[in-house]
Ligand binder design. Structure first.
Ligand SMILES: [Zn+2]
Length: 141
């Protein structure tokens, strides 16, 4: 067989297989994103609809990857709600959301070391409420 015909026979098959590999990899990536989004949504709906339980919960990374990057929380005392950008929380990305709750504090209700608890409402794609009066976990001393 000449080099030329070898090229025309195998070259096309190789390109075909490479294209299939690429699109399968793309599909797998999309499926992983879909799975993360669905898991984050399920958690969010459970929180909003039933108020919990917060555990188990998706991780920060799963929410960000799934496109739900904002966590809405409410102060148990003054009922102020706020949206927190998950990508700004300096915690390991594999931290499950429920672990954040204890360290979130309402700035207007905080008195010294004491702050009333807050609870998580839901996840959103974008910031839905403007006021940002919350203390980040990483601001804690
Ligand atoms: Zn408050």
């Amino acid at each position: 067989m000449s080099t030329k015909s070898r090229h025309s026979i195998y070259g096309g098959r190789i390109r075909g297989a490479e294209i299939r590999a690429r699109s399968a990899r793309e599909a797998a990536k999309n499926a992983a994103r879909e799975a993360n989004r669905a898991e984050a949504e399920a958690w969010s709906i459970r929180m909003e609809g039933y108020g919990g339980p917060a555990q188990p919960s998706p991780t920060i990374a799963q929410c960000l990857h799934g496109g739900l990057g904002w966590l809405e929380v409410e102060c148990n005392r003054c009922n102020t709600r706020a949206s927190l950008p998950l990508d700004a929380i300096r915690r390991p990305r594999d931290t499950p959301l429920w672990k954040l709750e204890a360290s979130l504090k309402c700035r207007s209700c905080r008195k010294g070391r004491y702050a009333p608890p807050v609870h998580m409402i839901k996840l959103t794609e974008t910031r839905e409420i403007a006021p940002y009066v919350w203390v980040h976990p990483d601001e804690e001393r």
